[in-house]
Design a protein around this ligand. Structure first.
Ligand SMILES: [Mg+2]
Length: 112
């Protein structure tokens, strides 16, 4: 999947939520709900990381599949893109800019 395909999916999900699921929310409520949702999904990712290391109690190990860890990474990315959409942040553009900053910083460190 490309970032463009992901952004198209996010745009479709955002439109769906705005028209049906969260149609009554104000933009402020939508931003806050999406922020909390990232926290929830990040917690689930942490659970899966601990489980994959064998550091979860037996009850939390039930129902895990080979895809559970990857699914939680995907949930974190999707919820992050949805929040960014609500806040008019272009994540692919931000990633490109940030990667250039990181590369420049590393190049500077290698030269010193
Ligand atoms: Mg999840």
């Amino acid at each position: 999947m490309t970032l463009k395909e992901l952004q198209t999916f996010i745009d479709e999900q955002d439109a769906l939520f705005r028209s049906v699921k969260t149609a009554s929310q104000t933009e402020r409520e939508r931003v806050l709900a999406r922020t909390v949702k990232i926290s929830e999904e990040f917690g689930e990712l942490c659970d899966e990381v601990l489980a994959s290391l064998g550091d979860q109690r037996a009850g939390k190990m039930d129902g895990r599949s080979a895809e559970s860890l990857a699914d939680e990474f995907a949930d974190v990315v999707i919820t992050t893109f949805l929040l960014a959409k609500s806040m008019d942040v272009d994540v692919p553009e931000a990633l490109a800019r940030k990667i250039e900053q990181i590369k420049a910083k590393h190049n500077k460190q290698l030269q010193s």
